[in-house]
Design a protein around this ligand. Structure first.
Ligand code: ATP
Ligand code: MG
Length: 272
């Protein structure tokens, strides 16, 4: 056994045959069971690719992904592995439009649980996410935040140890987004479920234990939210990127979108 629920070793993912894209370029991460981790970084930096590798939705070109110490390349039945171990939440909730909230939550259980069991579990999960009174609503009869809560309930259907979320608040207003994150935090504390969530939102990232910052397929910064936040912020301010942002000489930071530069500048300006 290992203490990590997730470990990657020199993970590389190259897409395409001709014009190749090195979407992951040597990623080594270790995530302890029960952690709540955010993954940030500019568009195209490899965040979704990393999540897909961790959840065995796609295979790496090189390197290893270990889940609970087991190398995924040695797992024969990846479908069963995914169903038992990992829950997924996406930016667009991916609920089936013609099924009710309750039925959507039951879909991942349909291969192995009888109707009575499924009914009970889906009711519990709807209560957990505060939607017991929306049980028979179709997705289009729910608000965006409610749909995302259904998607989270669905991701938990088989009691996974790990939930991977790709911008789960990306399509929500800040209030609904905060509710979804609060729910994930509650589940993380209550059940010890490990959450890894991609986000562009600093307010979301601040709610997590640790932030992995990606750029060009690599982890370029690990921000430990558990340590005093100000210290990390100061370290970032004093880094090359932070100094370039503050001095306005940030033309070299081509990886950052203009609005990201603005956002980061605002964050850094407030640091003592
Ligand atoms: N199926 C694919 N085929 C070819 N290239 C791909 C494929 N998926 C992703 N890429 C490329 O790999 C790189 C990383 O993509 P990825 O989707 O992981 O980025 P991301 O960090 O999730 O970005 P975003 O914030 O926009 O979602 C990008 O350059 C992208 O164009
Ligand atoms: Mg993405």
């Amino acid at each position: 056994m290992t203490e990590y629920i997730i470990e990657t070793r020199d993970l590389v993912k190259v897409y395409g045959d001709g014009a190749q894209v090195r979407a992951l370029d040597g990623v080594d991460i270790q995530i302890a069971s029960g952690e709540f981790v955010a993954v940030m970084g500019p568009s195209g930096s490899g965040k979704s690719t990393l999540l897909n590798m961790l959840g065995a939705l796609d295979r790496p070109t090189e390197g290893q992904v270990l889940v609970n110490g087991q190398d995924l390349s040695t797992v024969r039945d990846l479908d069963t592995f995914r169903a038992r171990t990992v829950g997924f939440v996406f930016q667009l909730h991916n609920l089936i439009p013609t099924l009710t909230a309750r039925e959507n939550i039951e879909v991942p259980m349909m291969g192995h649980a009888r109707r009575g069991q499924r009914r009970q579990r889906s009711r519990e999960l709807l209560e957990l996410v505060g939607l017991q009174d929306r049980m028979n609503h179709l997705p289009n009869q729910l608000s965006g935040g409610q749909r995302q809560r259904v998607a989270i309930a669905r991701s938990l259907a088989n009691e996974p140890a790990l939930v991977l979320a790709d911008e789960p608040t990306g399509n929500l207003d800040s209030h609904s987004g905060a509710e979804v994150i609060a729910l994930m935090q509650h589940l993380n504390h209550e059940f010890g479920t490990t959450f890894i969530t991609v986000t562009h939102d600093l307010a979301v990232a601040r709610q997590t234990d640790r932030v992995l910052v990606m750029q060009d397929g690599r982890i370029v910064h690990v921000h430990d939210v558990g340590s005093p936040y100000e210290e990390d912020l100061k370290a970032f301010r004093d880094s090359g990127v932070g100094q370039a942002l503050l001095s306005g000489e940030d033309a070299s930071l081509t990886c950052l979108e203009p609005e990201e530069r603005e956002m980061l500048r605002r964050v850094l300006i407030g640091v003592e």
